[in-house]
Design a protein. Structure first.
Length: 346
């Protein structure tokens, strides 16, 4: 069998997918080089936590590939098991149909000598519940099982199963934050032979909130003008909008859309609360509440005594929409030979 189809080596099953020297993993190794060596040598309990699309899964897979030549390992997708029996099956433990999974599992765990790699560990716990979580924690602790897993920051699952003090895995793992600072953006630039200015690297870091694919795309398209690189990224990758704001409410989306339109059409650098209120005719209390919620999500920035500025991605999206709308109207008027009005649209 090929590596992609899930072959075996002397230390265990190779997961589907190929080992790639990815940007996210290269940055991770620069940030946490000692951690990789530590994982190879001693007992390990690590939680890789980061925003959605930050490259957690890619990093976890690459650590797995680096470690499997040294130790027995098992990699599972935490979002897939929906019953304890499925979980045991995925880590190579067979529980018979009429067996009590806790009793049978304990016997197997006594001699379990693999490093467990669990992607989306927070989703695994959400699928299998608190009783299973308590059991799994007891097994890991009692039999000193090595576990390296991932979880998504700001997710309901992580908040409920890993951050609450009354849950089994509260402060159980050593946490490693997956994030990309200004110096990391510049280092990514070095991979692509791009010399990125400090202020531009800082802007990219702020705007894309650890979305490594978007960061990489901007960097690859960077030629000294960060605004053009951001514009081209949004234009060619519209799905980035949903990745940056996956849980935005309909009202927040409407407010953000209108604020961006107001800024683009009026050539504004920033907009005040009073301007937004007058433009939307929305109650000030509701408006303040929604703006504050969007601030915590990184969708809008507040500058004291100046006003509000949406994330640049949304401004560029609106700029593209308005530009395309004018172009469409202009072409329509040209086809009708209404040249004077068409000129206004262009």
């Amino acid at each position: 069998m090929t590596e992609e189809s899930g072959s075996e080596n002397k230390f265990g099953r190779i997961i589907r997918g190929d080992k790639k020297s990815t940007v996210s993993y290269e940055i991770f190794k620069k940030q946490h080089g000692n951690l990789i060596e530590e994982i190879k040598k001693i007992s390990t309990l690590y939680l890789l936590k980061g925003m959605q699309y930050s490259g957690k899964t890619t990093i976890l897979r690459n650590i797995y590939y680096d470690l499997i030549i040294h130790k027995k390992c098992e990699f599972i997708e935490g979002s897939e098991p929906f019953t304890p029996i499925e979980f045991f099956d995925k880590i190579g433990i067979e529980i018979k149909q009429n067996e009590n999974y806790k009793t049978a599992g304990t016997i197997y765990f006594m001699n379990f000598d693999k490093v467990l790699f669990i992607d989306d560990f927070d989703k695994l716990l959400a699928n299998l519940g608190e009783d299973f979580a308590a059991y799994l924690r007891a097994m890991i602790q009692e039999f000193k099982i090595n576990v390296i897993c991932t979880a998504t920051l700001d997710s309901k699952e992580m908040d409920k199963y890993l951050l609450r003090y009354d849950t089994p895995f509260y402060r159980f793992f050593r946490s490693v934050l997956i994030t990309y600072h200004t110096e990391d953006i510049k280092e990514i630039g070095n991979f692509y032979k791009k010399e990125i200015k400090d202020e531009d690297a800082n802007l990219i870091s702020e705007i894309f909130r650890d979305n490594i694919s978007a960061i990489e795309y901007v960097v690859k398209n960077y030629n000294g003008d960060v605004n053009i690189a951001i514009y081209n990224t949004v234009k060619n990758n519209p799905s980035i909008i949903n990745e940056i704001a996956p849980d935005i409410s309909p009202q927040q989306r409407q407010i953000l859309d209108n604020v961006c339109r107001y800024i683009v059409e009026n050539s504004k650098d920033i907009v005040t609360l009073d301007e937004i209120e007058k433009h939307l005719f929305l109650d000030e209390t509701i408006l303040r509440t929604q703006l504050n919620r969007m601030r915590t999500k990184g969708l809008i920035i507040y500058e004291k005594k100046k006003g509000y500025l949406p994330n640049r991605v949304f401004i560029e999206k609106k700029r593209i929409e308005i530009s395309e709308n004018h172009l469409y109207k202009g072409n329509t008027l040209m086809n009708k030979r209404n040249f004077e009005e068409a000129e206004k649209e262009y």
